[in-house]
Design a protein around this ligand. Structure first.
Ligand SMILES: Nc1ncnc2c1ncn2[C@@H]1O[C@H](COP(=O)(O)OP(=O)(O)O)[C@@H](O)[C@H]1O
Ligand SMILES: [Mg+2]
Length: 368
């Protein structure tokens, strides 16, 4: 594999607002990379810098062998010279044109000769399964078909890389899933390098080879979905990728990998002592945040025997919802709330005392 996109030290602000700070990323040929983060974290601005709709104040972007922008080197190529495809959230198709003309439009503008234009347009339409509707007017298309026209339009130039800015967020749940699978299929079949933007963590986990988690203009973590989920580097990533209960406390002592942590319960109730992993670099007395995933927390109705292999926490049920295949709930522990998810029904009236357990290796300590 070779690197097809290289972004180095990218920085872009709007007035006092920094939208993207010191962004570094290499994308391999054929890779599907997702920028994931909450609204306003700088995803769109990053894409717009790549495509050439924003000029960064610092840093550079290379696509293939070509440096398309370098703030320090005084290089800036207009979007038309960057050979990139783009699919936006609002899938603008021209209603007064046929499917074929919608897709061929960009090639016409670029004065691609008729024979080549027809061949490329039909190839793009075949890839998105719309060849049989080439002559249909765009007004007669379903939402999903329109989205596929937008997809065909992005790939008809045979671009080196296709950029997607939340293309699924306007679709209803079923269509969303269909389009998601379609984009993944296209990416695998044609080997299109894709940079995909979403704020939806499950979308990112399902689609991506690698995920770039962003918050407040800064990359928090880059990794494959499994790593991002199971080894988040900080409490933001842990909470953004999969719901996580976060409990703040201090490091009391460290025994190899294991942190012995004290978590104040508040209200004069003393403190919890728990053992969990992580907290690299922290020394006794330092603030730590314990992250617990609902699926890693066990539930007991009577007090389990103490053991070094697991932590036991007493709490009181706040509420539960039964979802058929599992039960979700919240348990109050002093001033804290811990989410649970168990795979069987349990009659848990609010106010009932319960005992939560978790193994030290399932508790993740973070320093930030
Ligand atoms: N054209 C603009 N003018 C002023 N501020 C902008 C502009 N575009 C983006 N921003 C600001 O930059 C930050 C990042 O925005 P954006 O890249 O759109 O985030 P995201 O796509 O992750 O939701 C936000 O705080 C946003 O308000
Ligand atoms: Mg955006």
């Amino acid at each position: 594999m070779s690197t097809i996109v290289e972004i180095a030290q990218l920085y872009k602000s709007f007035g006092a607002e920094t939208a993207v700070r010191d962004f570094n990323l290499s994308v391999e040929e054929g890779e599907f990379v997702t920028l994931l983060g909450p609204s306003g974290c700088g995803k769109t601005t990053t894409l717009r810098c790549i495509i050439g709709l924003e000029r960064p104040e610092r840093g550079s972007i290379r696509i293939g062998e070509q440096t398309v922008v370098s703030a320090e080197g005084g290089i800036y190529l207009v979007p038309e010279d960057r050979n990139l495809g783009m699919v936006f959230q609002s899938y603008a198709v021209w209603p007064h044109m046929t499917v074929f003309d919608n897709v061929a439009y960009g090639l016409r503008v670029r004065r691609v000769p008729g024979g080549v234009l027809k061949e490329r347009t039909m190839r793009a339409l075949e890839l998105v399964d719309l060849a049989h509707l080439a002559d249909r007017y765009a007004t007669k298309l379903s939402g999903g078909q329109r989205q596929r026209v937008a997809l065909a339009r992005a790939i008809v130039y045979e671009p080196k890389v296709v950029l997607f800015d939340e293309p699924l967020s306007n679709l209803d749940a079923k269509l969303r899933e269909q389009m998601r699978d379609e984009i993944v299929r296209l990416q695998r079949e044609v080997g299109i390098t894709s940079i995909f933007v979403t704020h939806d963590q499950s979308e990112a986990l399902v689609m991506s080879d690698r995920i770039v988690v962003m918050d407040k203009a800064v990359i928090q973590q880059v990794g494959d979905p499994e790593t991002i989920y199971s080894q988040p580097v900080n409490s933001f990533v842990a909470n953004f990728i999969g719901v996580t209960s976060l409990l703040e406390g201090t490091l009391v002592a460290r025994d190899g990998e294991i942190c012995d942590m004290e978590i104040p319960l508040g209200g004069g109730l003393g403190a919890l002592r728990v053992r969990a992993v992580g907290g690299e670099g922290a020394v006794p007395g330092d603030r730590l945040i314990l992250g617990l995933r609902p699926e890693d927390v066990g539930l007991h109705l009577s007090k389990p025997d103490p053991s070094a292999a697991r932590n036991v926490i007493e709490g009181v049920v706040i509420d539960t919802i039964y979802l058929g295949n599992f039960l979700e709930g919240r348990v109050r522990v002093g001033d804290h709330e811990i989410g649970i998810q168990i795979d069987h029904y349990e009659d848990l009236a609010p106010g009932r005392t319960v005992y939560l357990t978790f193994r030290p290796e399932h508790g993740l300590c973070f320093t930030d």
